[in-house]
Design a protein around this ligand. Structure first.
Ligand SMILES: *Cc1c(COP(=O)(O)O)cnc(C)c1O
Length: 384
């Protein structure tokens, strides 16, 4: 009985071309992957700088495991906080130019923890409608009142802020929208925060390592800084490893250490990962050539796909979604590419709004010009 109701839901998903399943990679994350036994040229990972399989990071992780073992064995507040964690936190604070930072095991957990620790009943969270699912879940968990504004609609946000008289106010936004690739108007959001005495929580999962001077991320990209900004970035995307961090004022970080459940009640990540991440931070800081290569690939792709029957969404970042609309058609196109030996994931509702299924093409510094040409050629053939 219970099982049949689950099956009914799954069958409904399948009937609407929305059923999800997994594919198994038998090679490391690079532009050339083997999936379910077949080789593909891939444009689907968030490994924007090509660091996930970088020999120096592999060596750093091995050396870290040699020195620190594999497991941390405890939560940070018990006895699982190791010097590699601590050093990485201070390197990250310096890099982002914030006074303190705090490591989390994943970006999902960082978002849950920050929002839940900073706001609660009687407070209000203002959120862009296209924010990442983890930010939406974080709002629910916090029990604060949720006010979602239309994507990038500052006038609506201003109105919602003006209507809110009591409690703490927290505006939360993706810096680079994960399924669209566009960049949030952070300076304007910060100005609204100042007018309305709110905090700005910036999720820079897709900007850290890629945008700004030396890859310092979206705050550097815009040249903004403020104690009101609480900054979060993930370390499993451009940084190529795993984890996340929050950078903010000391009082905010102390609050997280005391109140963020996803920080307090979980085992610390292996210290060896922090050893690898310190190396990754060096590669990011010295990675201007990688970011230059990525930029070239973006320009080449946009030029090459300008005349397709489907539109690339407006984006200057590594995320270059090709808007298809219908889920079935998006799946068919993704399968068509696979038949050409190219891997691009189709993204469907509820991950994106109804009627906006898309191919989420992502580029990496590890792609070459001939890789991008191959994708351009295949999409033109499929368009005929
Ligand atoms: C990937 C992502 C996260 C989650 O980070 P993980 O480290 O993968 O858990 C959070 N926010 C955004 C915008 C993301 O794209």
């Amino acid at each position: 009985m219970i099982f049949s109701s689950l099956q009914t839901e799954l069958d409904e998903r399948a009937a609407n071309d929305l059923l999800r399943s997994r594919r198994t990679l038998s090679t490391p994350q690079t532009p050339r992957i083997t999936v379910d036994g077949k080789p593909y040229l891939a444009f689907s990972s968030n490994d924007y700088l090509g660091l996930a399989n970088h020999p120096q990071l592999v060596a750093a992780l091995q050396q870290g495991a040699q020195q620190w073992g594999v497991g941390s064995g405890a939560a940070h507040l018990v006895n699982g906080h190791f010097s590699p964690h601590h050093e990485l936190e201070s390197q990250l604070s310096d890099f982002i130019d914030k006074s303190e930072s705090l490591l989390f095991s994943t970006g999902y957990m960082a978002n849950l923890g920050v929002v839940q620790a900073l706001v609660g009943k009687g407070d209000t969270v203002f959120a862009d409608k296209l924010n990442h699912a983890s930010l939406n879940d974080a709002m629910l968990l916090s029990r604060a009142e949720m006010k979602r504004y239309r994507h990038g609609d500052l006038a609506q946000l201003e109105q919602l802020l003006s209507q809110t008289k009591k409690g703490r106010k927290l505006i939360i936004t993706d810096a680079v929208f994960s399924m669209d690739g566009d960049i949030a108007p952070l300076p304007e959001l910060l100005a609204l925060c100042e007018q309305h005495d709110a905090w700005l929580y910036v999720d820079d999962a897709h900007g850290f390592g890629v945008l700004g001077e030396q890859g310092r991320g979206s705050l550097s990209h815009f040249g903004i800084a403020s104690p009101r900004i609480i900054y979060m970035a993930t370390l499993g995307k451009a940084a190529g490893v795993s984890g996340a961090f929050v950078a903010a004022e000391k009082v905010v970080i102390d609050t997280l250490i005391n109140h963020a459940h996803s920080y307090v009640y979980t085992t610390a990540s292996p210290p060896a990962l922090s050893v690898a991440l310190s190396k990754s931070l060096q590669l990011i800081a010295q990675g201007d050539a990688l970011r230059e290569q990525l930029k070239k690939m973006i320009t080449q792709l946009r030029k090459g796909l300008a005349d397709l029957p489907w539109q690339l969404m407006p984006s200057d970042t590594a995320i270059q979604p090709l808007l298809i609309g219908d889920s079935k058609q998006a799946l068919a196109l993704s399968e068509g590419l696979r038949n050409h030996g190219i891997w691009v994931a189709a993204i469907r509702p509820p991950t994106v709004p109804q009627g906006t299924a898309r191919l989420r093409i992502t580029l990496s510094a590890a792609h070459t010009s001939s890789d991008v040409d191959q994708l351009i050629g295949a999409l033109h053939e499929l368009a005929c």
